[in-house]
Write a protein that binds this ligand. Structure first.
Ligand code: GLA
Length: 732
């Protein structure tokens, strides 16, 4: 039994394969967080210490217990304004203006059979998935918090969310509703977060949690953002890729988010994650409820690589739609960097022809096929084909592309509207704009009010019509600006604070309807590259364009940063032209191929412009990708380069540990440099592995402790790929 409840002690223990998550409702009904870490088989509340610390008040009924304070006890879901001065999980305003929230334990319920959070994406689970619901109540304002925990035992994952209900008789407005808060007592911690900018996303940064201070990682852009991914890792100062305790907190949400990490006066760390409270106000009339997004929690005692693998597995198994789980994906060529807005059907067919000759399997027609769009100033929202520009209908183009043996994909940017568009002229009130104020414009476009049913219906009907008419197997779903002027013309004044979250609910509903109506069309998420790379989008889109930066050397950093939370099978990665369009850098085609292989693998160039030798290399790359696809997509991924600053290296190991693929890119070649050896991971120490390129056999132990030898690198950004196979023929 993975959920153990000791009724008398009101102790709740949730056990996964290697971890224990534990809570206890104490004598005053305060729900304490007692442990999240490796399994101990123990009531961990023995670790909770109390002391009279001064300026830490006591609940009324405990006024004589000067050592008992909400300010120092580890809380499971922190209230507000009643004596815990650390960040709150929930803030609410009653009609009398009172802001306090005082949670007390009111019962629990065992759950079986995973339920999807209302209106939101969630981990899929099945009828056997076990869960626990703990109910907290505030007796005065009538709020109840249903804390929901789902166990994914084999993944070492716990999924948390909260449903907040107004059981009282007067309206209450939520001003903060985090998916979770948790206190990790005691000891110094580091936090890793993944920041960035357009064309440089998810760069890891590791900092010490400040004693007595608070760090906030956040987006208020109406999107999960390039600038701050909704994923953080808390770890011990000594934790490395290979060893040490670490905890991951990943929000399954694509809109505004906040991850707060604060160190308190007792040496504990509080983490609170959820929808960003700034600008958020949600009115709950009596009987109403609010569902927070789910957060995916995992803990590892074996370092960051192991924590990442938990996330990789759970995203592959429980987030990605079953239709696409482990599915072979076509090697695509995307028209964007090949021709930007400058194309017609003939040019696209030539591109398709040369792509087909090299073994590519799908042509994706990017931006510019609709309305009268020849640049980015016009036509978003007018999702009808520009036949004049193409010289034929989309149906005809798609059929001619299929006749060449390729599948066909198409770009959309559904949530947007150009100022210069028929849609905006007909329905200016469908865009988010403030009354009496000129809206912020970005890339000449505004953002549609996705919370409105008529907007969702318009998009569903228009996108469906295109997908029904032409032969389309893939959609690239873009989102190319941050959201400002968050004001809905359809909501009353006291509900404007709901607009941003209603926007996300509307987007998810549209994605839900479209994926249901067109289950065989694969949607690749995109937002100026990876501005909306999160578990919420991955629920609908099995892959996401990782970055608009296609420079292979920059991609090493972007893809590595992304790999802390997300599996390679979700990372859109293409081989692009040389010199690179974003940086002007020249990287050998072989290296570009190896880097794109640590992702979904495709091309973003005009194959007709390649030399004969390059064409041959491309054919070999595609063959290599097919050969290793199962290993790359389904294998265990390890980052290898924590000590070797001059290389970026990673490897895939098959689940049975019989095969491995090691990739190394030398990012800094040195004259007369040291002999490069890279220590591998994840192999069976006892087994002998045959190294294909050298025709030599080494034990897993040798490869992991002694390392794999690499050539003395020479030239610009050389790369090396080594395939290892464990075969009885090669056993010593
Ligand atoms: C975004 C995407 C690009 C491309 C352009 C088209 O920037 O990330 O890949 O689709 O939009 O406008």
């Amino acid at each position: 039994m993975s959920i153990r409840i000791e009724e008398q002690d009101r102790l709740f223990s949730l056990e996964t394969a290697h971890t224990l998550y534990q809570m206890k409702a104490d004598e005053t009904g305060v729900l304490l967080h007692t442990w999240y870490g490796p399994r101990t088989g123990t009531d961990m509340s023995y670790r909770i210490r109390t002391a009279n610390r001064g300026f830490c008040g006591n609940p009324f009924e405990m006024q004589d217990r000067l050592d008992y304070s909400l300010d120092t006890l580890p809380q499971e879901y922190a209230g507000n304004g009643v004596g815990d001065f650390r960040p709150a999980a929930v803030q609410a305003e009653g009609p009398d203006g009172s802001l306090s929230v005082d949670w007390r334990y009111a019962g629990y319920r065992l759950l079986k059979g995973k339920e999807k959070p209302e209106g939101l994406p969630g981990l899929r689970g099945n009828a056997e998935t076990e869960g626990l619901e703990i109910i907290l109540e505030d007796k005065v304002n009538g709020l109840a918090a249903h804390l929901i925990y789902w166990l994914f035992e084999q993944h070492d994952v716990i999924v948390r969310s909260a449903r907040i209900e107004n059981r009282g008789t007067v309206p209450v407005t939520l001003t903060k509703a985090a998916s979770l808060s948790i206190d990790i007592p005691y000891g110094k911690k580091h936090v890793m977060h993944f920041h960035g900018r357009h064309a440089m996303e998810r760069i890891p940064e590791r900092t010490a949690v400040p004693a007595g201070g608070r760090l906030a990682f956040e987006s208020r852009r109406g999107m999960s953002s390039h600038q701050s991914n909704p994923f953080i890792i808390l770890c011990d100062p000594e934790t490395t890729e290979r060893q040490g305790v670490c905890h991951g907190f990943m929000l399954m949400y694509s809109g505004n988010h906040l991850e707060e990490v604060s160190g308190d006066q007792t040496g504990s760390t509080r983490v609170a994650c959820g929808i960003h409270p700034e600008g958020f106000r949600w009115k709950l009339n009596p009987g109403d409820r609010f569902q927070t997004p789910e957060a995916i929690l995992s803990c590892s005692a074996e370092g960051l690589n192991a924590l990442s693998r938990n996330y990789h597995r759970v995203i592959r198994d429980e987030v990605i739609a079953p239709r696409w789980r482990g599915a072979k994906k076509p090697v695509l060529v995307n028209s964007w960097e090949a021709c930007y807005f400058g194309f017609d059907a003939e040019k696209l067919l030539k591109l398709a022809q040369s792509a087909a000759e090299l073994g590519m399997e799908m042509l994706v027609l990017d931006d510019g096929w609709f309305g009268c769009r020849d640049d980015d100033t016009t036509s978003l929202g007018d999702w009808t084909c520009n036949e004049e520009k193409l010289g034929c209908s989309l149906k005809e183009l798609s059929e001619r592309i299929h006749a060449l043996g390729l599948r066909f994909g198409l770009w959309f940017e559904p949530e947007m509207v150009s100022l210069d568009s028929d849609l905006y002229r007909a329905h200016p009130d469908w865009a988010l704009t403030d009354p009496g104020r000129d809206p912020m414009v970005s890339r000449h476009q505004l953002v549609l009010d996705m919370g409105r049913a008529e907007v969702q219906d318009y998009l569903f009907e228009n996108i469906s019509a295109v997908l029904r008419d032409a032969r389309i197997e893939y959609v690239k779903w873009d989102f190319n600006r941050s959201v400002a002027n968050v004001y809905s013309r359809a909501l009353p004044a006291d509900r404007q604070g709901e607009t941003a979250h209603r926007f996300m609910l509307g987007t998810y509903l549209l994605l839900e309807r479209l994926t249901e109506a067109f289950p065989d069309v694969m949607i690749e998420g995109c937002s100026g590259g990876g501005g909306r790379f999160d578990a919420g989008m991955l629920y609908y889109c099995p892959q996401i364009w990782c970055s608009d930066n296609t420079d292979a050397v920059e991609r090493l950093e972007i893809q590595k940063g992304t790999s802390y939370g997300y599996p390679v099978c979700t990372m859109g990665a293409h081989v692009s032209a040389c010199p690179n369009h974003q940086t002007g850098r020249r990287v050998p085609l072989e290296t570009r191929g190896i880097v794109a292989q640590a992702g979904t693998f495709g091309y973003e160039l005009d194959p007709a412009k390649l030399t004969e030798a390059e064409k041959q290399t491309v054919k070999e790359q595609i063959a290599a990708f097919h050969r290793f696809e199962a290993l790359i997509e389904g294998g265990d991924y390890y980052r290898l380069d924590e000590r070797e600053g001059d290389y970026t290296a990673w490897m895939f190991v098959s689940p049975d540990k019989k095969e491995a693929l090691v990739s190394v890119v030398a990012t800094h070649v040195r004259a007369n440099g040291p002999f490069p050896f890279i220590r591998l991971q994840g192999l069976d120490p006892e087994k002998a592995y045959h190294r294909e390129d050298k025709k030599e056999s080494l034990t897993g132990a040798a490869l992991m402790y002694g390392g794999i030898s690499l050539p003395q690198f020479n030239g610009d950004y050389p790369a090396e790929q080594v395939y290892l196979i464990c075969d009885r023929r090669y056993q010593r």
